[in-house]
Design a protein around this ligand. Structure first.
Ligand SMILES: Cc1ncc(COP(=O)(O)O)c(C=O)c1O
Length: 463
């Protein structure tokens, strides 16, 4: 199948980050699937919250979350293959909840100027687990805030301010994070962004402006070096090791960029906020590529799927900002969040969830490829561990287009049958189940996807 260039793809901005919540498909789902009582709750939500894109109005209202499952207020259950990527250990893991409850009874908060045992223990554990000499930690109350700290540290450490990041990337929605992010939905119409934030194309062979075709030929990695050389004073290359969409770069990609950063005095900051902590089948995704960044940014599941908690883990040599505030966050050493983080790392190790993600991920990718051979809508299947993506494409004569309308219909067909996932870039079914998912649950999810694809291919679920 031929590759699509970005200009051919005609991707409306709003669709890059997630399925849109104002579409006719969403309205039909709401009208047909949700009871009047739920619709009232959604209206009440919309009455009190400031509206923002992709957020309000909401999809549904939840009453419970446990393991791989969400339960809505009408008692329907959904396998959650979205989970905002906080659910590596599943929702409400008993060991995480027990650690949180115990910590709440002892020390529920630690004001700045003090430290506490759970914070020290979590920092030590992350430093021990992280590759190479990544052994200095700072916590933040969310991924976006951690990205901000990484950007400041890069400026201080290098004496430079420019960054190089990827189009299509997401690093959070604050002004600094959207300056390095690459999605128009966040960047357009908001006024001046940070100066010196250069962007390059991501390793997305199917929509690559270098037209590499059906496999990445690393022209995009070489272009990173080209820009580093031309600019001459870039502080850091910052990117998601594997874009959660997913875009999975070939093995040499990061090695090439690591070497280019070293040659041009730029730091390499890898954002593994949604994909770290085992999702890709390694504890940290950069381990697949045999490289060590200068800073690794973690978040989401670090708080056990309960607490907002993120971290930067930096090379020891980057402990150079004692004179200034990188974060200065109120919840910089929150003992309850850190207890949740420690319990999460324990569960990942004791239940061998990283190995499970690797093995079940491989099996599932093969099963999705088999599904793809039966469903003409499936253009490509991608996966690394339990970070899986199914790209839906529409063939019209010699041209191939993103099957955005179909992807949305597949989403709602799946939701009606009890499977939740996210559609990114308009046509990518992004499947990120908890790492605790069983083989039976995975089979249930694949059966739902199979039926949903069949229904849409037969012309079903038009708004
Ligand atoms: C790659 C990436 N970076 C940063 C963030 C921001 O994290 P948070 O929402 O915790 O601020 C996200 C959130 O989705 C993300 O996916």
């Amino acid at each position: 199948m031929p590759a699509l260039t970005s200009s051919q793809s005609g991707l409306p901005n709003l669709r890059s980050e997630g399925d849109i919540n104002l579409s006719p498909h969403r309205r039909r789902f709401e009208a047909e699937h949700l009871a009047a009582s739920t619709r009232e709750l959604l209206a009440e939500d919309a009455r009190w919250f400031l509206h923002q894109s992709l957020s309000t109005p909401c999809l549904n209202a939840l009453a419970r979350a446990e393991g791989a499952w969400l339960e809505d207020v009408e008692g329907r259950r959904y396998l959650d293959f979205h989970g905002n990527n906080v659910h590596q250990v599943g929702f409400g893991h008993p060991k995480v909840l027990a650690a949180i409850k115990a910590q709440l009874d002892r020390l529920p908060f630690c004001p700045r100027r003090y430290t506490c045992e759970p914070a020290i223990a979590l920092a030590r554990r992350l430093a021990e687990l992280a590759p190479g000499d990544l052994n200095r930690v700072l916590f933040a109350p969310g991924g976006t805030a951690a990205i901000g700290m990484a950007l400041k540290l890069a400026r201080i450490a290098t004496g430079r301010f420019k960054t190089l990041s990827m189009w299509d990337a997401f690093h959070g929605a604050s002004l600094d994070a959207i300056s390095i992010g690459g999605e128009a939905v966040f960047r357009q119409g908001i006024g001046p962004l940070l100066p010196g934030c250069e962007h390059v194309p991501p390793p997305d062979h199917r929509h690559c402006p270098f037209r590499c075709g059906t496999a990445c030929n690393l022209a995009c990695a070489d272009y990173v070096e080209y820009v580093l050389e031309k600019e001459g004073d870039v502080a850091a290359v910052i990117a998601e090791t594997v874009r959660c969409t997913p875009y999975i770069p070939p093995p040499e990609y990061w090695q090439r960029i690591r070497a280019a950063c070293d040659r041009h005095g730029a730091l390499l900051i890898l954002d593994e906020i949604p994909i770290g902590l085992g999702r890709t089948g390694r504890l940290f995704a950069c381990e697949h590529y045999g490289i060590v960044p200068d800073m690794l940014v973690l978040g989401k599941g670090l708080g056990g799927g309960v607490f907002p908690l993120a971290a930067i883990v930096a090379r020891a040599g980057l402990n150079v900002a004692a004179h200034t505030a990188l974060g200065h966050y109120t919840h910089e050493k929150n003992p309850v969040a850190c207890a949740a983080g420690l319990a999460t790392l324990d569960v990942l190790a004791k239940e061998r969830l990283v190995e499970h993600a690797r093995d079940l991920g491989l099996e599932t990718k093969a099963r999705l490829e088999e599904l793809g051979r039966r469903h003409p809508l499936v253009g490509e299947v991608r996966g690394l561990g339990l970070l899986l993506g199914v790209e839906l494409l529409r063939r019209r004569g010699p041209t191939v287009e993103r099957a955005t309308d179909e992807a949305e219909r597949v989403l709602y067909a799946a939701l009606r049958r009890g499977l939740s996932f996210k559609v990114t870039m308009g046509n990518l079914l992004t499947l990120t189940p908890p790492l605790t998912i069983t083989r039976d649950e995975m089979s249930q999810a694949l059966a739902i996807l199979d039926t949903a694809l069949g229904e849409v291919e037969a012309g079903g679920l038009a708004p």
